[in-house]
Design a protein around this ligand. Structure first.
Ligand SMILES: [Zn+2]
Length: 490
């Protein structure tokens, strides 16, 4: 699937260096691996900074950084070795391989339930007369393909795996973290880092990668504990926006969602609000967000309740955060396979905590933020990402390249570059430079002109309004700090 905006953003990304295919100078580069260029990395770093501010610190979460290569037994316990496998089907004629469930969904609009066996899925392919999209050939049967990347460790070639999700570290590190100082439930652990999935058909650049970034939160809690009054007070009045495939929307407060049974427990209700609020703080309009409850056919078998936070884009609704109430599935699995007691004391009894998970796709969030803020006006393209997320925060430009203006502009640039992500631009006519800087989302352009030589003031041009104000160069740093800071959002 594609769209005009998507194609334009890919064009912009390649042209300006936001992101591009990995190993692109080689013709055997596998699909589904993308590199972040300087601008994409800058944007992603600020996105993660915003996550740390508005999610991690706001809630008082504990962040860890686990190993990417993990022991085989971790995935015996998690169930990934046995069942983290996609149904695939192969064209008998040209050998092309497809994710069977996705192919059926794309061509018929029908969701293929998780529980269907391979033969039942194959029957759907036959019933619907589905043929190879490349050559029109018939498909053979359906079989399972495990999506984990296996690695061989050390001289003995010990079998291990690249983690297919960051959360497994949080489960296996839960007990130690709890014991060494964070001995209180609910205990929200979180991690930002890379995960790996050997997708059959990676596509749409940052939307479906084989190597990707996640920011995951696992909240360990005792379901029998009362509401946490501090958390509840913070967000009980926040308005959640629920929606389904038929785009039937309901906006209700967290408190009411719990009271009316829309969400089954206070803790998921609070954390759904935390996530929705996060995207709203990044400028995503509420009208473009929906919390969609997954049906029995869609959710993982261990999930008691599952929600997707989705955002409306030119490519349709894109899932940005998967929210799963996983019960004690994870800790009981690791307890059984490791033989370690993972229960902890809570209110004078031993409990095996339940888990509510918020699994965020970072790369897709970055793409979606770019798309929602991409504006095409007659002559110019503007990336109107919120100022505090801009990868380049300020550009310093001499009006012309003579009469001492470049020297003065360079001095100003030098005085700013330790503090801000700044660039110096002197080539081309000033209007052309402004257009280029608008395209990469630079919120402020500082221009040194002839008046600067007289009174030491510069013009500061605003990306969104194109209005200019004069600021004394001695006040420039403080002015920019104010204009570029993250909203405090208490
Ligand atoms: Zn074929």
């Amino acid at each position: 699937m594609s769209s005009r905006v998507y194609d334009e953003l890919i064009d912009l990304s390649l042209k300006r260096g936001f992101f591009f295919p990995a190993c692109e100078i080689y013709d055997d580069a596998p699909a589904g691996f993308w590199d972040y260029g300087p601008l994409g990395l800058g944007l992603r770093n600020r996105f993660v900074e915003a996550w740390r501010r508005y999610v991690v610190r706001y809630d008082g979460m504990v962040e860890l950084d686990g190993s990417i290569v993990m022991a085989k037994k971790v995935f015996v316990a998690s169930g990934h070795l046995a069942s983290f496998a996609d149904p695939v089907t192969k064209c008998k004629n040209c050998g092309a391989i497809y994710r069977a469930d996705r192919l059926i969904q794309e061509l018929t609009g029908r969701i293929v339930p998780e529980r269907l066996g391979d033969e039942e899925i194959y029957a759907l392919i036959l019933e619907n007369g589905i043929r190879c999209q490349r050559c029109g050939g018939e498909f053979g049967g359906v079989e399972r393909f495990n999506m984990m990347f296996k690695v061989s460790v050390g001289g003995e070639g010990e079998e291990a795996y690249l983690r297919p999700e960051t959360c497994q570290s949080l489960f296996v590190d839960f007990l130690r973290t709890y014991k060494v100082g964070w001995s209180k439930l609910p205990l929200p652990l979180c991690q930002f880092g890379k995960s790996f999935r050997n997708e059959i058909s990676p596509r749409q650049s940052l939307l479906r990668l084989r190597e990707f970034y996640q920011a995951e939160v696992e909240v360990f809690f005792d379901p029998e504990d009362d509401v946490d009054p501090l958390r509840w007070k913070r967000l009980k009045d926040y308005v959640l926006r629920f929606g389904d495939e038929r785009c039937d929307f309901r906006e209700v407060s967290v408190e009411e969602a719990l009271r009316t049974g829309l969400v089954s427990h206070w803790l998921p209700a609070y954390y759904l609000a935390l996530m929705q609020r996060f995207y709203e703080l990044l400028g995503v309009e509420r009208s473009k967000v929906r919390l969609r409850r997954l049906g029995e056919d869609e959710k993982a078998f261990y999930a008691r309740e599952a929600w997707d936070l989705e955002v409306q884009t030119s490519l349709g609704w894109v899932e940005l955060v998967a929210c799963n109430y996983r019960g004690d599935y994870d800790l009981s699995g690791h307890m059984r396979v490791s033989g370690k007691d993972l229960t902890v004391p809570n209110r004078n009894r031993k409990v095996l905590p339940h888990v509510f998970e918020l699994s965020m796709g970072v790369d897709r969030s970055v793409y979606v933020l770019m798309e929602l803020n991409y504006v095409r006006e007659q002559k110019r393209r503007v990336l109107r990402v919120p100022r505090f997320l801009a990868p380049v925060q300020v550009a310093v430009l001499p009006l012309v390249e003579k009469d001492g203006l470049p020297e003065k502009a360079w001095d100003i640039y030098e005085s700013l570059r330790m503090e801000f992500d700044a660039v110096y631009e002197s080539k081309d006519a000033i209007g052309k430079r402004y257009h280029m800087l608008d395209e990469i989302g630079v919120p402020y352009c500082v221009t040194v002109d002839y008046q600067t030589l007289k009174d030491d003031t510069v013009t500061v041009r605003d990306r969104d309004t194109t209005q200019q104000v004069r600021v004394h160069s001695s006040e420039l740093r403080a002015w920019l700090e104010r204009a570029l800071s993250f909203p405090s959002a208490g």
